[in-house]
Each structure stands twice: as C-alpha cells, then as structure tokens.
Design a protein around this ligand. Structure first.
Ligand code: GLA
Length: 359
C-alpha cells in the first residue's frame, strides 16, 4: 500500500516538474498585464479567417488595430465610394469577442488616395476643398464605428524627417498649411465626442524628434484642440531606444497631461536603416543566438519601463501577430527575414515571451 502511494507521489511530482519546465499557455499577455494596460495587436481581415492566428489573438490580446483596413486609401478609394468590408469584419470580430479597437488612422501622408488632392482635371484642389473632403472622410468613418472604436490615431507622422524642419512637407501641408492637424482632431471629436484622440509618430524617443513632437502637441493643447493622447509607434530595434531616452519621452509627453500609448511595437533584430536595398550576398538573416539575447534584453527593459508608467500608459499594441508575417520582412531590406515579435513562425511563444511576462 505504502509503496503504491509512494509511486503515486513520485508520478505527481514528476508531472508538476514537467509542467514547470514546459510552460502551459493557460494565460496570455492580456492576463499577465490585466492590472496594467490592454495588450493589442495589428491585424488584417485575412488574419481573422486563419484558425491559427485567431487562436493566438484570442488567447493573448484584448485590443485590435486594423493594420491597413481603415487607412484612407484602402477605406475610401474613390470620392463617392467607401470600401467597408475589411474594416467592418475586424470591428465585428472584436465585438463578438469583447476586444477593444483602436482606429488607425484618419489623416496621413502615406496610403492616402490620389483623388483626395486633385480636382477632375488633375489640378491640386484648394485648401477649402481639401478640408471639406477631410471633414467628410473623418465624419463618415468615425460615425460608422462610433461607440465601437474607443481610440483613434487622428493624425499620423506630421513631423518632418529632417531634424532642422518642423512639419512634414506633405500634400496636406502644402495645400492646407498647419491647419489640417487641428481640423482633423476637431472633425473627429465632433463625430464621436466619446473617442480618445491621438497624435501618432515614430522615432519619438530620439531627442530631436521628441522635442518637435512635444512642440506640436503643446501648440495643439494651447489652441484648445481636442487631443487626448500621443502614440509612440515603437518600431524599435535591439539597439534602440535606450532606457533613459524612453523614460524621458514618456515623462515629457505625460507632463502635458496627455495619455501615452505604445501603438505599433516591434523590436527588429537589425539596426534601423532609412533607405531600401537588397540583401547583400553573404549577409545573414538568421535569428542568431546573440541577437536573440539582445532582443530578450531590450523587450524586458521596455516592458519594465511600461509597467513603471502604468498610470500614463493606457495601451500597448504589437504591430503584427507573430514572426510568420511581419511588415519588416523584406523592409527596408528586400530578401531579408526579420523576427521582431514574441511568437515564432509556428505561433509558439519565443524565449523572449517568457521574459516579458515574468515580473
Ligand atoms: C507606420 C504606420 C503603420 C504602418 C507602418 C508600417 O508606422 O503608422 O500604419 O503602415 O508604418 O507597416
């Protein structure tokens, strides 16, 4: 009898040890971070038809951002035609599963339809016409998802890449001057006064860019523009940002009374490059052990900072679901694979995942 009980105990112990060494996915990122902030992910409508992606989304995340479906070009391809299909399906999926949705985005210089800026003869439209079109666009899109989208990236990337300049010389700017920014926020607020409205940009941790983003945010707030938050895109790499730069950025933006969200997080294993090029012969694109180690350290560091600023940070969203598909594959280097997320190409949590949830 005793012998049998002993055997049973040993088997149970072995089972427990086994469980400890092979973590079981009973909890997801959203559960580990439930007392901190929602954890989101950027998706396409196609992702939501793939059982593997769906299982991962539902087990890990509690917020969705449409990766492309709500951008002006895809959703409003012609003046009198909206293409609601993909955006509707993402919002319906979120509603069916109780997920939040961040709308992305209402005004950007990229993925904007050509018709927006031209008249029927192909000439540039006037400021009045462009602002009227912007208003129609924002009112229609925000209205359609009123009450279903809790936050909007209203204006994306309006600051110039050149650190000696302020606003980007986009068609929006060329035709409207800086007015289009304030107007975009006003139109969005009018359409859904309950939505939280964000300005969203990249490289915000770099001191020169941070200063210019701060200047824009302050101008908007001083002018009484209805802006509630700032999106730190967080397309980072294993080499940047440094912890100090990130902390200073969050503090500086928060000092304006704005909420901060991390809106497009991924950590590339390569250094940032601005220009596109081909992968060079002999150049490796393997997920090498030393890069994996650097990535683990960087993810651990940034999440520690996010947790420290839980009063200010009201959302953290990953840009894509797993290393199977990321916009950083082939960009900016054609033919190069990247591994910037927490799940591998088979949807399994990477080592870095366990670091991010270990606190
Ligand atoms: C920017 C945009 C995103 C996305 C990424 C690249 O950060 O805000 O919508 O297009 O570039 O995928």
């Amino acid at each position: 009898m005793l012998k049998r009980e002993g055997c049973f105990l040993i088997i149970m112990l072995a089972a427990i040890l086994q469980l400890k060494s092979q973590p079981v996915q009973s909890k997801g990122l959203k559960d580990y971070y439930k007392n901190y902030f929602p954890v989101g992910v950027a998706v396409s409508a196609a992702d939501l038809k793939d059982p593997g992606e769906v299982a991962l989304i539902l087990s890990q995340f509690n917020s969705l951002t449409p990766e492309n479906a709500m951008k002006m070009g895809p959703i409003h391809p012609e003046e009198n035609r909206y293409n609601w299909k993909d955006a509707d399906s993402i919002v319906a999926f979120a509603q069916a599963h109780g997920l939040k949705v961040r709308g992305h985005n209402l005004c950007w210089h990229e993925q904007a339809p050509k018709w927006m800026f031209r008249d029927s003869l192909g000439n540039p439209v006037s400021k009045e016409v462009l602002l009227k079109r912007l208003k129609d666009h924002i009112t229609t899109v925000v209205n359609r998802y009123k009450g279903k989208i809790y936050a909007w990236d209203v204006v994306n990337e309006a600051i110039d890449d050149d650190s000696t300049k302020f606003l980007r010389n986009s068609l929006w700017y060329q035709i409207c001057g800086d007015d289009f920014i304030a107007k975009a926020f006003e139109y969005a607020h009018e359409a859904d006064p309950g939505a939280i409205l964000f300005y969203n940009d990249y490289n915000t941790e770099r001191p020169e860019k941070r200063g210019r983003v701060y200047r824009l945010l302050k101008q908007l707030l001083d002018a009484g523009v209805p802006i509630n938050g700032v999106g730190i895109q967080a397309h980072w790499s294993v080499y940047e940002p440094g912890q100090k730069e990130l902390v200073e950025t969050i503090k500086k933006f928060a000092s304006l009374g704005l909420k901060v969200q991390v809106t497009e997080l991924d950590i590339s294993i390569y250094p940032w490059e601005k220009n596109q090029r081909m992968l060079r012969p002999g150049e490796s694109d393997a997920y090498a052990a030393d890069l994996e180690k650097k990535q683990i350290e960087k993810f651990a560091e940034v999440f520690k900072t996010f947790r420290q600023f839980r009063e200010v940070i009201t959302g953290v969203t990953f840009w894509n679901i797993s290393d199977r598909n990321t916009w950083l594959d082939n960009y900016p280097v054609h033919g190069r694979k990247n591994y910037p997320l927490l799940f591998d190409q088979k949807f399994q949590p990477k080592k870095v995942y366990w670091k991010v949830v270990d606190f």
